[in-house]
Structures are given as structure tokens and as C-alpha cells.
Design a protein around this ligand. Sequence first.
Ligand SMILES: O=c1ccn([C@@H]2O[C@H](COP(=O)(O)O)[C@@H](O)[C@H]2O)c(=O)[nH]1
Length: 240
Amino acid sequence: MPFEPKTPAERIFCALDTTDPAAAAALAAKLKGTVGGIKLGLEYYCSTGADGFKAVAQTGMPIFLDLKFHDIPNTVAGAIRAVAPLAPKILTIHTQGGPEMMRRAAATAAEEAARLGVERPVVVAVTILTSLDGRDLNAIGVDHAVDDQVVRLAALADECGVDGIVCSPKEIRLVRAATREDFTLVVPGIRPAGSAVGDQKRVMTPKEAVDAGASVLVIGRPITEAADPAAAAKAIAASL
Ligand SMILES: O=c1ccn([C@@H]2O[C@H](COP(=O)(O)O)[C@@H](O)[C@H]2O)c(=O)[nH]1
């Protein structure tokens, strides 16, 4: 199930990395109509759980639940069953859980959504975090260049039947050449010109990422830390 946004704004999912459900719901409501959805991750879900998810979902915004499941196949399948009733639009696992885990994750997401009568989540697998560079990979014993390792993991994810991957904007063109046409590429590491890069190491501007072939742009701090987040989101969408 590819992710097919119809407008530039729909490509943008704003990452709300906070522990405060009221603040998250209020910001989601302000961003409605300026972005395609909201991404909730580990910081938010670990502190607020399913209730926090529902507080943001009640705004009517599509939710990308970014918990990056990385465990043995049986445990990841169980975690997917546990969050399936929330019906997230997009869900993340890790490619580094291996082929059997990715196959089980894709199959479980489909089976559980059908059983519950909810829309199946788009399951995407994280390749190499955008906060890592070649030296970091070497430090954890990976001797390939970042590009090569991302393409290798993306091709494996494609073979295993997941809907797409998470990669940095730097690898989009190479991944597109190595995967099926409707593969969903979810891309964090997005920085409008002049924005602080922070802990991200492989970044590009929103327009560069879309021109390269990104399906979804994940953008957090450049929107959430702006004086006027809705205006910042609108300016980014207009730049695409
Ligand atoms: O490789 C990855 C995977 C996930 N992320 C998440 O995206 C956002 C990015 O936020 P910014 O404030 O725009 O840096 C954040 O929630 C990460 O957990 C990522 O950055 N890289």
C-alpha cells in the first residue's frame, strides 16, 4: 500500500517530540491544514501511551506512529498487534531486525487491520538513522559506506514485502533505483536553508528531498520551535 499524498502539504508529517499531550494536541490542531499529519515517537508514546495517541488523533490528523520496533519476529508481531487498534496511518520497524522480522511485521499489520476492520498502516523500515555518518557506522562495525548500506537494507526491505523505508534525503535517488516504483520513502533529516541542523548528520532542504523523490518529509524542530509553527509549515509547503 503506497503512500500517495495529493498536495505538497500532505507530504509533510510534523514530529511532535514532547511529553505533554495537551501541548501536542493543541499544536496538532494549529497545524491542521498546513501539514499532512503528525508524527508521534518514542518520547511521546513512552510518556503518554495510547491515551496520548488518542489525544492527538481526536484532532482528525493522520498519525504516524514512529516506535521503530526492533526485536525478534514474535515480539515485533505482538507489538504491532498491540498498537493496531489505534489505526496509525504509518508505522515504523527496523530493517536491522532482519528479513524474517520484516516479513512477519508486514503480514501481521495486514492481518490485524483486516481482523479489526481498520485501514492497514503503511509499514516502513528504518535503514540507517539520519543522525549517523560513515564514522558512526564504522564505530559499530559496519565497514560499508552509508549509501551502500542504506541501499542494501532498502532492497532487503522491498524483498520482504514492507511498504517502504526511512532513509536520509542523501540516499533517495540510489534507493529509488534499487526498489519497486511505488516504494514509500519516508525522509527525516530535513532542514530548510538556515535552520539549525542539531543532531542530524545527513540533511537536505525540503525541496531538494522532494525533487529527489521523497514520499513523506518528516520535519520536527524547524516547525515546532518556530515562533509561528503553522506559518513555518505553510512556508515549507510553499517551497516544495
Ligand atoms: O533516521 C531517522 C528516523 C527518525 N527520525 C525522527 O524524525 C524526527 C526528526 O525531527 P527533527 O526535529 O526534524 O530533527 C524525530 O522525531 C526523529 O525521531 C530521524 O530524525 N531520523
